[in-house]
Design a protein around this ligand. Structure first.
Ligand code: HAH
Length: 362
């Protein structure tokens, strides 16, 4: 009886197969490459591979996160406004959930970020009467915040972006003067932040993190800042090059030059927020559908950049993507609100993109 059923079904299956039904799904990944390797395993001999995650993606992108990454950064959940929204009220739940996911999977955690001009509540910079806080008050708040947060994650967060984006953009002066930290405390707020963090966790690696960190003008200023901090004996161990780049910019040579320049100070270098937009920076237009030609170009950019990272593995101690997959990325709102972008190496269906294969086939 069972045998007869088999013979009846056989021609049906054969016709279905000839018609293409038993071919693997039409993704470039499974057509060209078969098994998808775990990204972090491919880079085992180079550096940890990280992703920025948030309270939603640790659920919606759990499978990808657990398979491909061995380092996590909280996209927003460890920022000042998330952790201490009002004076003395610390809300660690969402940050804890990310750290717990990492620990469950034996992943590293990068802490992001302790002192930044953005995503910091207004109360931080005001006194009880609503007047601008004094230098003393703000330093006290900085110390308390850093001590509380860094101590809580001592031994669990291995590296901190202690200060984020303190240097002025290309045309501007040296340090960013529109930061309330700078305006109220003065330029030594940066050194203080590192010292407080080091006291709270002497084992943690402490980073200065910034964007445009491979531009000649800005990298000169970042280099100067780091050199001055080191000369003053401030505990700074590395520089985070954010890596919010695009299909035209910057060149691989420029990236390599900046890595070598920072490393010449004896610092570690990490790429902390990597994504490659399909839109050149000046371009504010919207693409309505997925731009296949630009995705090819993007894949090529990823290839040449990872070649640089691998070649400099003695100083490059981590590469983190700013997101997991193209269905959910901050670039969908930056710099043009509501404009779709496709900056990562996994697509909207969580499948590996051409860019993924370019960085694993070497
Ligand atoms: C980064 N800034 C921040 O470090 C990160 O915390 C945030 O989630 C996204 C990007 C990049 C940046 C910006 O916020 C504003 C202007 C230029 C670059």
């Amino acid at each position: 009886m069972r045998k007869r059923f088999f013979y009846l079904l056989l021609p049906v299956v054969m016709i279905w197969c000839i018609a293409g039904g038993c071919q693997p799904a039409e993704t470039s990944a499974s057509l060209d490459h078969g098994e998808v390797p775990a990204l972090y395993e491919v880079y085992q001999d180079y550096f940890p591979i990280g992703a920025a995650v948030n309270s939603w993606t640790i659920k919606s992108h759990k499978e990808l996160i657990e398979k491909h990454f061995n380092s996590l950064t909280a996209e927003n959940e460890m920022k000042f406004e998330s952790i201490q929204p009002s004076p003395g009220r610390y809300t660690f739940d969402r940050a804890d959930a990310i750290v717990e996911l990492a620990e469950k999977n034996g992943m590293l955690v990068r802490g992001h970020t302790l002192v930044w001009h953005s995503q910091t509540p207004a109360w931080v910079f005001r006194d009880e009467e609503g007047r601008p806080a004094s230098r003393e008050l703000l330093l006290k708040r900085m110390e308390e915040h850093i001590t509380t947060v860094v101590s809580r994650y001592r031994g669990r967060v291995y590296a901190w972006d202690v200060v984020n984006e303190a240097v002025a953009d290309g045309q501007g002066g040296y340090l960013r003067t529109d930061s309330p930290w700078y305006r109220i405390i003065g330029p030594d707020y940066i050194a203080h932040a590192f010292i407080f963090a080091h006291q709270a966790d002497p084992e943690a690696k402490l980073f200065y993190n910034d964007y445009s960190a491979v531009d000649p003008a800005k990298s000169g200023k970042i280099y100067r800042l780091l050199k001055e901090l080191l000369e003053q004996g401030v505990p700074v161990h590395g520089v985070g090059i954010q890596g919010h780049w695009d299909i035209d910019y910057p060149s691989a040579r420029q990236v390599e030059a900046a890595i070598k320049k920072y490393a010449s100070l004896g610092l570690e270098v990490q790429i902390t927020e990597l994504d490659i937009s399909v839109y050149p920076w000046q371009d504010r237009r919207r693409l309505q559908s997925k731009p296949e030609n630009r995705l090819e170009k993007q894949a090529e950019r990823y290839r040449e950049l990872f070649e640089v990272f691998r070649r400099n593995k003695d100083v490059v101690t981590g590469v983190t993507f700013w997101g997991v997959a193209d269905d959910r990325t901050w670039k969908d709102n930056f710099p043009v609100r509501g404009r779709k972008d496709w900056p990562l190496v996994f697509d909207e269906e969580h499948r590996p993109k051409a860019a993924f294969w370019k960085i694993v086939d070497f």
